[in-house]
Design a protein around this ligand. Structure first.
Ligand code: NAI
Length: 408
């Protein structure tokens, strides 16, 4: 692999640096989030940049640094990058949406037990010197019904862990999902709400999920049930939830995400749920664990390596997706098989022009993958018996080409 320079900002987990260095890349790690002239200076020396949520890669920053080959957001969100601009100049942006799945699932399981035993209140009372030894309202979770709304990565993990505790699991999802273990799809959302002792939300923030659990849905819930939300703050009507706790319709709630969250640890947090009995409030920490940070580092670093080695864009948030298997045998080595990637403006006829160049060079295409979106086309191809450098030069000279690179 050629010497590629990677700039990692915002104290990305050192595991990413180690992984990239093992593959021969040159990695510079910085703890802070530079901006202005400092960011320009650092980016001008890098081929790849990795950031977390603070560094702003705006359209004008990207325009100045069109040489960048890849951007990694070592987090879930990608709002801090102008992903559209990156797409239009041929830079894929990767993130790590599922590295903290297990961390969220474990928190939810802990909360189910904590709510069942009123751990939050008993703990804070004991700290205040109040001895509250009583079995009133304290229950085992074994045999209780857990209703999961959203059975994706996190919901299905919670399902497996909850069954290990002896819970009965039902779920509701807008798409057909394979039930894991003994879990079962509920007939309807209302049916799930009606029979569940615990309802836990694991849906994304969409027009359909905003206010999904409001006054009507809370009214349908079983009396004495508990609600858990570690998905997105927009999904639950917090005022309606607070009211249901106050009048005793619900026995408790564990909420990790809020309609309005402080932008930093220095800002004050306020919620109508504060001070209510058996309500656990956490500051959006569902996915915040050391293990998740490390997994995020490795997930994005792996995306960098797969793109450099094979041109794989699977998982990129702003790019046509290609993952073309790379066959490397004695035979392909003898035939000097080369892999070339090309990003071009998506206009008719580009593939024909590129294939003509290959044919003019007397070479043979062994494999080819093309994917497009409304702006760009992304081509990965394996070609035999060709001068790879010359081939790339000719393809890049096409007026439609944004970037062309010899990968192998
Ligand atoms: P996912 O995309 O794997 O699963 C979401 C599931 O919800 C999908 O199966 C989808 O079909 C389903 N769904 C969408 N709309 C629905 C609806 N109206 N009714 C029922 N099901 C619906 O997502 P993943 O990774 O499981 O994440 C779930 C949520 O957890 C997301 O909102 C994510 O932002 C949040 N999250 C929260 C974290 C925290 O720190 N608290 C950390 C990581 C994720």
């Amino acid at each position: 692999m050629r010497k590629t320079r990677v700039l990692l900002l915002e104290a990305i987990h050192p595991g990413a640096k180690e992984m990239l260095e093992r593959e021969g890349l040159m990695v510079e790690l910085h703890p802070h989030s530079p901006s202005g002239a400092e960011l320009d200076e650092l980016l001008s020396k890098a081929n790849i940049v990795g950031i977390r949520s603070k560094t702003q890669l705006t359209a004008s920053v990207l325009e100045k640094h069109r040489h960048l080959e890849m951007i990694g957001c070592f987090c879930i969100g990608t709002d801090q990058v102008d992903t559209k601009k990156a797409n239009s100049i041929g830079i894929p942006v990767f993130n790590a949406p599922h590295s903290n799945t297990r961390s969220v699932a474990e928190l939810v399981i802990a909360e189910i037990v904590a709510l069942s035993r009123q751990l939050g209140d008993r703990n804070s009372n004991a700290h205040k010197g109040v001895w509250m030894k009583s079995a009133d309202g304290a229950r085992e979770v074994r045999g209780k019904t857990l209703g999961l709304i959203g059975y994706g990565h996190i919901g299905s993990q919670v399902s497996v862990l909850a069954e290990a505790f002896g819970m009965r699991v039902i779920f509701s999802d807008i798409i057909k999902k394979l039930p894991l273990g003994n879990s079962q799809r509920a007939d309807s959302l209302d049916e799930l709400l009606k029979v569940s002792d615990f309802v836990s939300l694991h849906v994304p923030d969409t027009a359909q999920t905003r206010g999904l659990i409001s006054k009507r849905e809370i009214k349908i819930m079983k009396r004495g049930a508990s609600l858990i939300n570690a998905s997105r703050g927009s999904v639950v009507d917090i005022e309606a939830l607070a009211e249901a706790i106050k009048v005793g319709d619900l026995a408790g709630a564990a909420i990790d995400v809020f309609p309005e969250e402080p932008a930093s640890n220095k800002q004050k947090f306020e919620s109508p749920l504060q001070g209510l009995p058996n309500v656990i409030l956490t500051p959006h920490i569902g996915g915040s664990t050391i293990e998740a940070q490390e997994a995020i580092g490795l997930e994005v670093a792996q995306s960098f390596l797969s793109f450099l080695a094979r041109g794989t864009t699977s998982g990129a948030v702003n790019f046509p997706q290609i993952d073309l298997a790379l066959l490397q045998t004695e035979e392909t080595r003898r035939a000097e098989r080369r892999r070339v990637m090309n990003v071009h403006r998506n206009v008719p006829g580009v593939l024909g022009e590129i294939n003509s160049i290959v044919s003019d060079l007397g070479a043979n295409i062994q494999a080819q993958g093309l994917a497009t979106d409304s702006t760009i086309g992304y081509l990965v191809m394996d070609v035999e018996s060709v001068d790879g450098v010359e081939l790339c030069k000719r393809i890049q000279a096409l007026s439609t080409s944004l970037r062309t690179q010899l990968l192998v």
